[in-house]
Write a protein that binds this ligand. Structure first.
Ligand code: PMP
Length: 352
């Protein structure tokens, strides 16, 4: 038998991404929207799919979808890139602007894919710790100096739920870096850095259909930025990265975007209800969140609490090996009945 070729070192060092998935009754672990698309909209999208020639490649430039997104944001098609989920665009950013000799900055704890994709693309990753309340560290921003090329700012931040302020984003933009503001959860905060695109050509705003718009299964994300940034992303993305069905579904969704307002409002109201309930449970401290999840600090070991919830068929996210989050769980906002179940379970466990 020939020896199997080993991967290059950067890949050998990586762990397979573990989304922490288990079959459970109540899954509050992945920050998805708890509601599928409204039934009539889903029916319209699936019946329209009968007209899509499946034997043909999709539009490699996704022009119709990009135009719809551009119109919504008051931008031009040339300001919009489409990805197979936001994750693919993060990869494209690092392929185009990172790589050997380039440095990316992250503010930890934050979305793990920035560091993973930096490692994969041979980009150095400079990690700065957030402060105790998970705000961006003031001095660290100054310390970045000229050592960085790309800065990732997740706002609201996954998994802590807090926003970066506009002043913080502007300070980074004024530093001249390519600043990627990841607004995967932006619709739940009502705040966006997209307005800064008029003044800054070194800004890229990442959005996704996976969260507020209930389309995680179809994998569509987008990036807003200067035409030069988008043109470079188009060079590195795979030619047919978003399939025809997903392009059509996301375009239909853009036309029906207002229909999600009520669902987003409900999730925000449930977030407040869950937050208030957790405040009243002994040994638990929730962090204020502008996203569709709440990070909760636990006085008892978070791993035990996570397992006890799992025994009740409730799955939340536990960050076993993430510095700064060892005593925390992240709970996605679910449907009211799911939130009631997690509140009841947490109360019962705190009384044990
Ligand atoms: N950014 C953040 C902060 C996220 O949490 C996620 C999803 N976990 C993404 C980007 C990517 O989402 P998707 O690939 O589903 O668009």
């Amino acid at each position: 038998m020939n020896e199997i070729l080993r991967p290059r070192e950067a890949v050998a060092k990586l762990n397979t991404y573990d989304p922490g998935h288990y079959e459970v009754d109540i899954d509050l672990s992945a920050n998805e929207n708890p509601y599928d698309l409204p039934a009539d909209l889903k029916a319209r999208i699936t019946s329209a799919a009968l007209e899509i020639p499946f034997n043909r490649y999709p539009d490699p430039l996704a022009l119709e979808l990009r135009a719809a997104i551009a119109a919504y944001h008051g931008l031009k098609t040339a300001n919009v890139a489409i990805g197979n989920g936001g994750d693919e665009l993060l990869m494209a950013i690092l392929l185009a602007f990172g790589g050997p000799g380039r440095t990316a900055v992250t503010f930890e704890p934050t979305f793990v894919m920035y560091a993973i994709l930096a490692a994969l693309t041979g980009t150095d990753c400079l990690k700065f710790a957030r402060d105790k309340q998970f705000a961006l560290p003031g001095e660290a921003r100054e310390n970045i100096g000229s050592a960085a090329d790309i800065v990732f700012v997740c706002s609201p931040n996954n998994p802590t739920g807090n926003l970066a302020t506009e002043a913080e984003v502007v300070a980074l933009l004024d530093g001249g870096f390519l600043v990627v503001v990841d607004e995967a959860y932006g619709e739940f905060s009502g705040v966006s850095a997209a307005g800064l695109l008029r003044s800054y050509s070194n800004l890229a705003v990442l959005k996704t259909f996976s969260k507020a718009f209930s389309l995680a299964g179809l994998r569509v994300g987008y990036l807003l930025g200067a035409p030069e940034i988008v043109a470079d992303i188009l060079k590195v993305k795979l030619p047919y990265n978003v399939n025809a069905f997903s392009q059509a579904a996301a375009t239909a969704l853009m036309e029906n975007r207002r229909r999600f307002d009520g669902i987003i409002d409900e999730i925000r109201a449930e977030r407040q209800r869950l937050f208030d309930a957790i405040c009243g449970i002994d040994g638990l401290t929730p962090y204020f969140s502008r996203a569709n999840f709440i990070l909760v600090k636990s006085a008892v070991p978070a791993g035990d609490l996570w397992r006890n919830l799992l025994e009740r068929s409730i799955l939340v996210r536990y960050f076993e090996r993430t510095p700064g989050l060892e005593d925390c769980l992240r709970i996605t906002i679910g449907k009211p009945a799911e939130n009631n179940a997690v509140i009841a379970a947490l109360r019962e466990l705190s009384e044990k």
